[in-house]
Design a protein around this ligand. Structure first.
Ligand code: HEC
Length: 408
């Protein structure tokens, strides 16, 4: 019963999480675009804001921005904050639901560190909190005055954090915690900097004072960080559904580095293009493509069989093609003894009640049908069995490789 509840809970939480993230990211993209498209007008001189005309849903909008604040407070003011809060809160509960409540399956790899569920969860939550404090202090330090230097230091911090996570968690746990850390920076920026600053501005306007321009500047800096973090964070959140990306913990830091670079570059393209079409930095697409190509390469080169396929090491001696498509008894025995306790109509592994991803590896016919998936997960990437929980040997993986090759 409990695995079913966990599965349904995760579905509903993910639904909420994805929808609120769409709203938050949509708003972030919209306002970055709006800022870039603002032009000074007669009544709003350059440097003090601007206006922009837009058409949407059957009407025309005249958007006006007042840097720092308008002269008077409107009676009604729409705040954009719940998209961010809901995304973070639902994301945190989802993280706890999957990685803390089912830590033995997803978060803990005893070969990396012998942790119990409480220790692993405390490490995860503690790292997210500490990560926010470090980031916030970096932004407030003299480094924060130079955007480029700060960006570089931030990148190093992200990669270092991912390395730290690989020293305590499973590959998948390390990847999701790196994404969660960046997402915590983003939500923290909204909750602890942007909204409080805006409240101070409103309060001083109400009191008839001139608000401090530094408040708006700081908020803009943090919202720009959020904008650049968006694409890398989304890819990291998706990456934990792709075992090929987290199969080998040693290459997670370079993978995180490359993903962060490529996502930020694509964001940069749009930020520049929206302010001036003529200056569209097309090179960012080429650079992002190169970074993604390297990501693929690094992930593949991290497994012995992947290296062979890339021609980086000599191919293992695979016998010449034979014409038997059905799995030989040996392969059936290997897959049955290493995989089918989870991947069966009635899994016997504790905590698994339905075959993960509906992948059934319990009969010779099912095993033959899944040959490519078995090859990808157990041979090319070695992502399965998770954390090699059922102790599959290298010889067994080679036997599968030979079988797959022969059955083509
Ligand atoms: C301890 C349980 C367990 C064992 C043993 C296990 N798996 Fe899995 N497998 C999982 C889980 C959990 C997932 C889902 C991962 C996810 O949510 O992304 C999965 C996913 C998969 C997928 C789908 C991957 C995808 O993202 O599409 C394949 C294919 C797979 N396993 C093959 C295997 C093979 C082959 C073996 C044996 C060598 C194996 N598994 C052993 C638990 C197990």
């Amino acid at each position: 019963m409990i695995p079913y509840i966990l599965e349904w809970g995760s579905l509903l939480l993910r639904w909420l999480h994805v929808v609120s993230a769409m709203a938050w990211i949509g708003a972030s993209f919209f306002f970055m675009h709006l800022d870039a498209s603002l032009r000074s007008t007669k009544d709003i001189p350059a440097g003090q804001g601007g206006s922009s005309w837009q058409v949407h849903g059957g009407g025309f909008y005249e958007m006006r921005k007042y840097l720092v604040a308008p002269e008077f407070m409107p009676e009604e003011l729409t705040w954009h904050k719940w998209q961010a809060y809901t995304t973070w809160l639902s994301g945190f509960v989802l993280l706890a639901w999957i990685y803390y409540a089912q830590s033995h399956l997803y978060l803990i790899n005893p070969d990396v560190m012998q942790l119990n569920a409480w220790q692993a969860s405390a490490l995860g939550v503690g790292a997210l909190g500490l990560g926010w404090v470090i980031y916030d202090q970096l932004c407030k330090s003299p480094l924060g005055k130079n955007e480029n230097v700060l960006g570089l230091v931030g990148l190093v911090a992200i990669v270092a954090a991912s390395f730290g996570f690989t020293q305590v968690f499973s590959g998948r746990g390390a990847l999701i915690h790196t994404g969660a850390l960046m997402a915590t920076w983003m939500a923290g920026n909204v909750f602890l900097i942007i909204i409080p600053n805006q409240r101070k501005v409103v309060a001083s306007l109400m009191a008839g004072e001139t608000p401090d321009p530094a408040l708006g500047k700081q908020a803009k800096q943090r919202s720009t960080h959020n904008n650049y973090l968006t694409l890398p964070v989304v890819l990291l959140m998706l990456a934990n559904h792709y075992p090929v990306l987290y199969a080998n913990s040693a290459v997670i830091p370079p993978i995180v580095f490359l993903i962060t670079i490529s996502g930020s570059l694509i964001r940069h393209f749009y930020n520049v293009r929206h302010s001036d079409h003529a200056k569209s930095p097309w090179w960012t697409w080429a650079a992002a493509a190169v970074a993604l190509w390297f990501t693929f390469w690094v992930a593949m080169a991290s497994s012995p069989t992947g290296r062979e396929q890339l021609g980086l090491s000599a191919a293992a001696s695979v016998p010449a093609k034979e014409s038997h498509v059905p799995a030989p008894a040996k392969v059936i025995e290997i897959v049955t003894s290493r995989c089918s306790m989870c991947h069966a109509a009635e899994p016997v592994w504790e905590g698994i009640q339905i075959a993960p991803k509906a992948v059934f590896l319990d009969t010779p016919a099912n095993i033959a049908r899944q040959a490519d998936a078995i090859n990808l997960q157990a041979v090319l990437s070695r992502a399965m069995p998770p954390n090699n929980i059922t102790a599959m040997t290298d010889d067994e993986r080679t036997a599968i490789a030979i079988w797959v090759k022969n059955s083509k």
